[in-house]
Design a protein around this ligand. Structure first.
Ligand code: SAM
Length: 259
């Protein structure tokens, strides 16, 4: 494989990734120009054509591509006030509450909610985290963290909700509600079979999607939410005009209610 790809080849790659995942990589063109040839060579393809032809057909290759292009930046207690609002709302429902975190990346969002729930004496929740990136889901399932991702947690939160060994903090599952993780693409049929949820949280993914995928995603979220269910998106996520949800302002924040 040559150490370069052409603009046309890059366009083709970006188009395939958008088709599969919704992610629009156009803003990452420069970095992809540099990194993609190396990625393709490592997979032992002789040329670009051979590589792209296989992406659609070969499940394993498709996953490797998705793991390569997805950005999983996340950390504990990110956009904290929204997480607190969600927990207060969940508790007010006075029943077992189903929450879907889509996407959850390496699990910090899910465990943050669980931890805030426990601090509010509310563990009657079931939180499912899903993500398209296989490495992220593996890490979420392990629940072991170290370094910067933990920096917003207080010492007492770390002490109560983690077991520490040599600087590695393992989430203490006895202290929190049930948290599960599954590898899943929000734009595939499998997503619609995950069940019905009272709350869907989708933060810092929609921002990377192209317009058509955002539109499709709104319908998919509508379908997995129960009656009057709520959708919470991140501060930077822009959702398209939709007949499926109405925006509700509450205090300083907002959410989308299923219509
Ligand atoms: C920046 S992280 C956000 C994680 C977390 N929600 C947060 O706000 O900290 C974005 C995640 O979206 C995931 N993602 C991108 N496209 C996806 C898709 N089609 N289906 C499921 N997850 C996807 C990526 O793998 C990545 O882990």
């Amino acid at each position: 494989m040559e150490n370069k790809i052409s603009e046309l080849e890059l366009n083709e790659f970006i188009k395939i990734v958008t088709e599969i995942s919704g992610i629009d990589l156009n803003e990452k063109r420069n970095i992809l120009m540099l990194k993609l040839p190396n990625f393709i060579s490592k997979l032992h393809f002789q040329n670009f054509a051979e590589f792209v032809n296989k992406i659609r057909l070969n499940k394993q290759l498709r996953q490797e591509v998705l793991d390569f292009v997805t950005i999983g930046e996340t950390y504990f207690l990110r956009e904290l006030s929204q997480l607190q609002d969600i927990v207060v709302y969940a508790k007010s429902l006075e029943k077992k509450v189903g929450i879907l975190s889509a996407p959850c990346s390496s699990g910090e969002e899910v465990y943050s909610l669980a931890l805030l729930g426990a601090k509010n004496c509310f563990k009657d929740m079931y939180i499912l985290g899903i993500d398209i990136n296989s490495n992220a889901i593996e890490k979420a399932r392990m629940g072991k963290y170290q370094g910067r991702t933990l920096q917003r947690l207080s010492e007492s939160e770390k002490k109560k909700f983690f077991v520490e060994e040599n600087g590695v903090f393992s989430i203490n599952k006895n202290e929190i509600c049930v948290c599960k993780f599954d590898m899943c693409n929000v734009l595939e049929d499998k997503f619609l079979k995950l069940g019905q949820f009272d709350i869907v949280i989708s933060r810092n993914m929609i921002i990377y999607f192209d317009y058509n995928s955002r539109v499709k995603l709104m319908e998919y979220f509508y379908r997995v939410l129960s009656n009057k269910g709520r959708l919470y998106v991140g501060n930077a996520d822009i959702i398209p005009e939709t007949k499926f949800f109405k925006k509700v302002f509450s205090g300083g924040s907002s959410y989308y209610e299923k219509m």
